[in-house]
Design a protein around this ligand. Structure first.
Ligand SMILES: NC(=O)c1ccc[n+]([C@@H]2O[C@H](COP(=O)([O-])OP(=O)(O)OC[C@H]3O[C@@H](n4cnc5c(N)ncnc54)[C@H](O)[C@@H]3O)[C@@H](O)[C@H]2O)c1
Ligand SMILES: O=P(O)(O)OC[C@H](O)CO
Length: 342
């Protein structure tokens, strides 16, 4: 008899918890996946109680996804090594700034047959230049890493509202395995063989979302926002194809591309916080703490990371939207320059 795949979800924030609901339900009765799932939780106290205890007794992540029941076969585990023990399928879903530290701790401690998927929307910049988060995981842990990105605001997915998503894979068999793990009638998975294209769409759309929030804060209206979306998509495509060979044109028409830019520029956290930044004059850090209750912004850090890459290559002038968004976030450029500098 085939040994069943054992799944561990690494991360338990807003999206990690929503995805735990899907995966927890999908593995029930599965011939391919073990029904028991571990979810690694960065432990914290909520009203004096451990978050893992709350999740394991009330089956709800009251801090990051309140009001949604997580299936009882999902077990919250505070110890990372214990969480991944025996896991052959690793689902990475933490804010991108934490992934390197987690991989360092995991190195040498994972199942030899493990494969992974990253749901993390972000990039990394090291001395030599740009790295995909999926490559950081793959190189640290010597395993194949697929990605899942799409127009997927966690609260809407968790409420079972229909949407689509894109899995990018290098090994088709693994892409199909992940489709089986995540696909539901209301969370429709399409698999494409373009990891870099899918992942860069997911990362870069967070920068465009900051731009959309800025024009909302300025009350510029829908036409301006549509222009930001269009110009943002063009810069996303140019950036992805400049830095990664083989990124496919059609990937930008998948859920991870145009659909995610639209959703993120309407209902996302990055957009909301950027709008508040313009209206209140408060810093992004202050507003992240005030408005997100522990959830993390990815768009501002990604704007900084891509700016570092562009500045090193002397290419800022070729990416006027990304550059202006960076300057608004980090250099005090007046918000109105978002359109003046285009
Ligand atoms: N929330 C969404 O709607 C959504 C949808 C799709 C993709 N994503 C992406 O998924 C990834 C994870 O986002 P999220 O919404 O699940 O997280 P989140 O924004 O809710 O972040 C909070 C999480 O970070 C954890 N954390 C805090 N400090 C930590 C530390 N030092 N080490 C490790 N973990 C720590 C918290 O415990 C919590 O689980 C991001 O890349 C995000 O862009 C989010
Ligand atoms: O809330 P945001 O801005 O982090 O975006 C959430 C998702 O990535 C939208 O697909």
């Amino acid at each position: 008899m085939m040994t069943k795949e054992r799944v561990c979800i690494i991360g338990s924030g807003n999206w990690g918890s929503a995805i735990a609901k899907i995966v927890g339900r999908n593995v029930r009765g599965s011939e391919r996946f073990d029904e028991q799932i571990n979810m690694w939780v960065f432990e914290e106290l909520v009203n004096g109680r451990k978050l893992t205890d709350i999740i394991n007794t009330e089956h709800e992540n009251v801090r990051y996804l309140p009001g949604i029941k997580i299936p009882e076969n999902v077990c919250a585990v505070p110890d990372l090594m214990e969480a991944v023990r025996d896991a052959t399928v690793l689902v990475f879903v933490v804010p991108h700034q934490f992934v390197k530290g987690i991989c360092e701790r995991l190195r040498g401690n994972i199942h030899p047959n493990a494969k992974a998927i990253s749901l993390i929307k972000g990039i990394d910049v090291e001395g030599n230049g740009l790295s995909l988060i999926s490559d950081i995981i793959a190189h640290s842990l010597s395993l194949d890493v697929s990605v899942l990105m799409g127009a997927n605001i966690a609260n809407e997915v968790a409420a079972d509202k229909f949407c689509e998503t894109t899995v990018g894979c290098r090994i088709r068999e693994n892409g199909e395995l992940f489709r089986e793990l995540f696909h539901t009638p209301y969370f429709r998975v399409n698999v494409v063989e373009d990891v870099a294209g899918v992942e860069l769409c997911g990362a870069l759309k967070n920068v465009v979302a900051i731009g959309a929030g800025v024009v909302d804060g300025l009350n510029y209206g829908d036409n301006t926002k549509a222009a930001i979306i269009r110009l943002g998509l063009m810069e996303m495509k140019k950036f992805a194809r400049t830095f990664y060979q083989g990124v496919k044109e059609e990937t930008f028409f998948e859920s991870c591309g145009v659909a995610d830019v639209i959703t993120t520029c309407s209902g996302g956290r990055n957009r909301r916080v950027a709008e508040a930044h313009v209206r209140t004059g408060k810093s992004f850090e202050e507003l992240e703490k005030e408005m997100l209750n522990g959830q993390k912004l990815q768009g501002t850090t990604t704007a900084k990371e891509i700016h570092e890459v562009l500045a090193k290559k002397d290419m800022c002038g070729e990416f006027p939207l990304f550059t202006t968004i960076y300057q608004i976030c980090y250099e005090g450029l007046p918000s109105s320059r978002i359109v003046e500098d285009l």
